[in-house]
Write a protein that binds this ligand. Structure first.
Ligand SMILES: *Cc1c(COP(=O)(O)O)cnc(C)c1O
Length: 464
């Protein structure tokens, strides 16, 4: 009796719904969040309830929930291919292609010439083969999926299930992609050779046995080794594989189709898919949304027979891309083949001269009216990110922001809560807005956010 009297004192779902009003979330979501919170309050077994507190806690939970919805953000981190921020923005032509494919029907699996069913992505597969200098190509969901498909097909059946790979290439890329784990999950058996810093052609030769399914090379995408380092040449590994009639596969990761040294002397030379195939790789795989500048995808290119075999594997059906990805990738590759790579946002960002960034920064500063936010231009360095070109740092310009009484993390928080959210970088206890990764049409939003930050509007961390 006593107990139920207190329970009745908890506000009802309807009361809270009325109190909260329109918060920009579908009603069933709001009801779920309210119910869960009330359940928590009930099970806490308190004797009395502060209904205003309950409502404000629910409002905070709903705001957190709303912030998890996908939305456009401004990348002011200076990390061009930022995995947490969706890697490569698409070129306008790719965005148009996605819109067209999404808003109507398409000839996804229909041959318009004969009127019969066709395989999807026939044109795209051909254009990828051309850009890779390969006989054939296919596309799956991402580069991890590409490697799983390749390993599962060529290296998961005993007695030939051993994959020879250098100990220097048992790497981790980003969160959750570890080469030994991918191998194990694909049903292949790892056969490590050489050492962390040195693996020779003889190491490959001596390791080959009747159980060897494949020679695999994995590009050290996100780090580099200096000092007493040696690797066998790809062309030598390819020759060894050919002698034993074993496929040689290269996971290239970034899949730059241009000479990355053009980005800066310290960039280093990423192997292009075409160069890897020319060196004798039977198959290569790489991402669509790293240096290629397209949508998330995994591209496999190489010998016609090997690619055709992969396409028949039931896993290919499970890993294939949807029409939106195919449309975006097709448009992106067309730009590359047409010599219009400067249409790709990531290529444009990486190539933008510092002086242009400085001029944009000066424009932004002149639009601020010195109202409590202290903003200055500083020289800084951007990075390609996305596990590519780890040695490259690109000269850049950033706006540093200060506001009386607030720490750098508090300011970064406030910028992230702006609309649109701005993701900044903190370095040496300063908030930096690196303009290299801010799209030029986003400069105005930076001005507005800084003006709002300067205006007196109470505590910066308010959730309401
Ligand atoms: C990035 C990377 C991958 C993973 O690519 P996703 O497209 O993110 O799946 C695999 N291998 C290498 C070498 C990479 O650099």
């Amino acid at each position: 009796m006593e107990e139920s009297k207190h329970l009745r004192a908890i506000p009802s779902v309807d009361t809270i719904l009325r109190e909260i009003g329109n918060i920009g979330l579908p009603r069933p979501i709001v009801v779920k969040v309210i119910r869960e919170h009330l359940e928590k309050v009930r099970s806490a077994g308190e004797r009395s309830f502060d209904s205003a507190l309950i409502v404000s806690e629910i409002r905070r939970a709903l705001n957190r929930c709303r912030m998890q919805k996908m939305r456009r953000v401004i990348n002011a981190t200076g990390v061009v291919i930022h995995t947490n921020l969706g890697r490569s923005p698409l070129a306008p032509a790719a965005v148009d292609a996605v819109t067209r494919a999404a808003s109507g029907y398409s000839n996804l699996e229909l041959d318009l010439d004969t009127g019969t069913r066709s395989s999807r992505a026939a044109y795209l597969e051909q254009s990828l083969a051309v850009i890779c200098g390969a006989e054939a190509a296919i596309v799956v969901n991402n580069c991890a999926a590409a490697l799983v498909l390749i390993l599962n097909h060529f290296a998961s059946r005993k007695p030939r299930d051993r994959v020879i790979i250098s100990r220097g290439e048992l790497v981790q890329i980003g969160g959750g992609f570890r080469v030994p784990e991918i191998l194990a999950a694909s049903g292949a058996t790892l056969h490590e050779i050489g050492t962390t810093n040195r693996t020779t052609a003889d190491d490959y030769r001596q390791a080959i046995s009747d159980e060897t399914a494949m020679l695999l090379r994995v590009h050290r995408s996100n780090f580099y080794q200096l000092g007493f380092v040696q690797d066998a040449l790809a062309s030598t590994i390819a020759a060894i594989a050919r002698e034993s009639d074993i496929p040689f596969v290269e996971d290239l990761g970034s899949g730059a189709t241009f000479d990355t040294q053009s980005l800066g002397e310290d960039a280093g030379r990423e192997p292009t898919p075409a160069a890897a195939i020319l060196d004798g790789a039977n198959l290569v795989c790489f991402s669509g949304d790293k240096l290629l500048g397209g949508p998330q995808a995994g591209i496999i290119a190489g010998d016609a027979a090997h690619v055709a075999a992969l396409k028949k594997n039931p896993l290919f059906r499970a890993l294939r891309c949807d029409k939106l990805t195919l449309a975006a990738l097709e448009a992106t590759v067309d730009l590359l083949l047409n010599g219009q790579s400067d249409e790709l946002p990531i290529r444009r960002m990486m190539a933008m001269p510092v002086e242009q960034l400085r001029a944009r920064g000066a424009n932004i500063l002149s639009a601020l009216d010195n109202n409590g936010v202290e903003a200055r231009l500083v020289d800084t360095h951007s990075t390609p990110g996305g596990g590519t070109l780890p040695a490259l740092s690109i000269d850049s310009i950033a706006i540093t922001v200060r506001r009386g009484g607030f720490s750098a993390p508090q300011l970064a928080d406030a910028l992230r809560r702006s609309s649109p959210p701005i993701v900044a970088r903190i370095a040496d206890d300063r908030v930096l807005l690196d303009l290299r990764t801010v799209l030029p049409d986003e400069d105005e939003a930076i001005v507005q956010a800084l003006l709002a930050l300067g205006a007196d509007r109470g505590p910066l961390n308010s959730d309401d």
